[in-house]
Design a protein around this ligand. Structure first.
Ligand code: AMP
Length: 215
């Protein structure tokens, strides 16, 4: 089963992808995470990607398609996967369709998580990540037990460079212009399901499961 989560930055894709992984045991492929790992490593790819990521811009399609092509042929993707943050443009979506076709696979469901801009800004500016294990928190919606410290490993909680308010606004604009057209693209294919993303994590999760399991 191949599931894709589509939605603006801060729309909750990452959180829900982790929950889907727990339920279906399908690997979560987050291109944002792959890029952040490369940036942290200081690899050539990371250095190039960071020029875009730090500014809230999309990394060029050819780089992203190369990354995804390599990742989806790995063993853990044999029975399916959850895509989180890829594709983000029509050319990426077309490239993905081609690659999957070559593998005899196709996307089963695209879940579009719908949230307003106001809600997003509040969510994103409050987001924190553990700089050691990568666990995610939110100062308002899911705060750590101890201020600034990871519950699991005690690491320091930091704000992603691209979660700063100015960058958020740019990322939202980028989403509207470059990624939102994918909603139409997948609706035309008959595999799009829209879900209200403004509730709490559990109720959104239930809506997503319903969308996946009920036709
Ligand atoms: P995310 O964690 O999914 O919000 O991604 C963080 C950042 O990584 C984005 O703002 C982009 O700069 C970059 N990125 C992640 N996935 C893609 C993609 N599929 N295409 C282009 N850029 C991406």
């Amino acid at each position: 089963m191949i599931i894709m989560l589509l939605g603006p930055p801060g729309g909750g894709k990452g959180t829900q992808a982790v929950k889907l992984f727990e339920k279906y045991k399908l690997p979560q492929i987050s291109t944002g995470e792959i890029l952040r790992a490369e940036i942290k490593k200081g690899s050539e790819l990371g250095k190039e990607a960071n020029q875009y990521v730090s500014k809230g811009l999309l990394v060029p399609d050819d780089i992203m398609v190369k990354i995804i092509k390599k990742r989806i042929v790995e063993k853990d993707c044999k029975n399916g996967l959850v895509l989180d943050g890829f594709p983000r443009t029509i050319p990426q979506a077309e490239a993905l369709d081609e690659v999957l076709k070559g593998l005899g696979k196709k996307i089963d469901k695209v879940i579009s998580i719908v949230v307003s801009e106001k809600f997003l800004v509040e969510r994103l500016t409050g987001r924190r990540l553990c700089n050691k294990c990568g666990a995610g928190y939110h100062i308002k919606f899911s705060p750590p037990k101890q201020n600034g410290k990871c519950d699991t490993c005690g690491g320091e909680l930091i704000q992603r460079e691209d979660d700063k308010e100015e960058t958020i606004k740019k990322r939202f604009r980028v989403y509207q212009e470059q990624t939102a057209p994918l909603i139409r693209y997948y609706r035309q294919k008959g595999i799009l399901k829209e879900v209200n993303g403004e509730g709490d994590i559990e109720s959104i999760y239930k809506l997503i499961i319903n969308s996946i399991e009920i036709n």
